[in-house]
Design a protein around this ligand. Structure first.
Ligand SMILES: [Zn+2]
Length: 293
């Protein structure tokens, strides 16, 4: 009996812990880069590879930058090293309250927000007069932030730090918060369908449907999803702004099933739009991303 109890405890210890509560989990971010890579030309892929050859010049051996998939998670990896990279923490989001009218000019003091940083990184990457390591750093920031801006809770929240302050059950699994549910298990389930892989070459019609828009518009889409879907489902409420929300949320199996296509489309959109950002950055003279407002 004691041995059985010890075995059970050991098994519980092996269960995966919820992902750290910032940004899409590593898996979803890496998938956006894999989608992007499958949807750029060989010439663009070669230019990416040429910049990645400068990996050691960035001096971040704990956070490798050997592939575009590495680049997609590099910004989350380095931010843990506070003395050197702490100033980038606010670059990962631009949360606006879902219970107030959307203000496109708010929440980006000094350009320290996700949408402005996508634009900045794109311009630096596109500028071939700059040193390669500077452009490689910009490449990594751009690929990661263009993923972050598609995660609904990086744009919309309800006085809870993008859902981080709301405890949440994921189906029968406790121990998450609302943010980490959308970062981790929901995103992972949404993009793990062997019959319909998200990483593939998309048709021109699919690209037209998934792509387009500016970083500001991508953030606004995320805010709208947070307002109209993420909060109402998590709190089983038609009007989440009528009264203060409880600290505890729960996603039922039905909520999860309805959330999967939404989370999946956000990852696909991020991947295709990253492909477009890379293409425009590496095409001489092309700056498709508009000026920051
Ligand atoms: Zn992030």
């Amino acid at each position: 009996m004691m041995r059985l109890a010890a075995l059970l405890l050991a098994l519980v210890a092996l269960l995966p812990a919820p992902a750290p509560a910032h940004a899409w989990g590593f898996y979803a971010h890496r998938q956006t880069a894999a989608i992007a890579e499958a949807n750029v030309t060989p010439e663009v892929r070669a230019k990416i590879r040429a910049l990645l050859a400068y990996e050691t010049a960035l001096g971040t051996p704990e956070c490798p930058l050997k592939t575009l998939e590495d680049a997609a998670v590099w910004a989350d990896c380095v931010r843990g090293e506070g003395w050197r990279w702490g100033y980038t923490a606010a670059w990962h989001y631009r949360t606006a309250p879902i219970c107030q009218a959307f203000n496109p000019r708010a929440n980006c003091a000094g350009g320290a927000c996700v949408t402005a940083q996508i634009t900045r990184a794109h311009r630096v990457l596109a500028d071939e007069s700059l040193p390669a390591p500077i452009r490689l750093e910009a490449l990594a920031f751009m690929v990661h932030f263009a993923g972050d801006v598609h995660m609904p809770l990086h744009s919309g929240d309800n006085e809870d730090r993008g859902g981080n302050d709301r405890e949440a059950d994921y189906g029968i699994r406790p121990g998450y918060n609302l943010h980490s549910v959308w970062d981790g298990p929901l995103a992972e389930r949404a993009i793990t369908d062997p019959a319909d892989p998200v990483v593939r070459r998309y048709t021109p019609a699919e690209r037209a449907d998934l792509g387009r828009g500016s970083p500001d518009e991508w953030g606004r889409e995320s805010w709208e999803i947070a307002r109209s879907f993420v909060y109402p489902t998590a709190f089983d409420s038609e009007d989440v702004c009528a009264a203060p929300l409880p600290d505890k949320a729960a996603l039922s199996q039905d909520d999860i099933v309805r959330g999967v296509p939404i989370a999946r489309r956000r990852v696909q959109q991020a991947g295709v739009r990253i492909a477009d950002l890379l293409t425009s950055a590496f095409a001489p003279g092309a700056l498709a991303v508009p000026e920051p407002r």
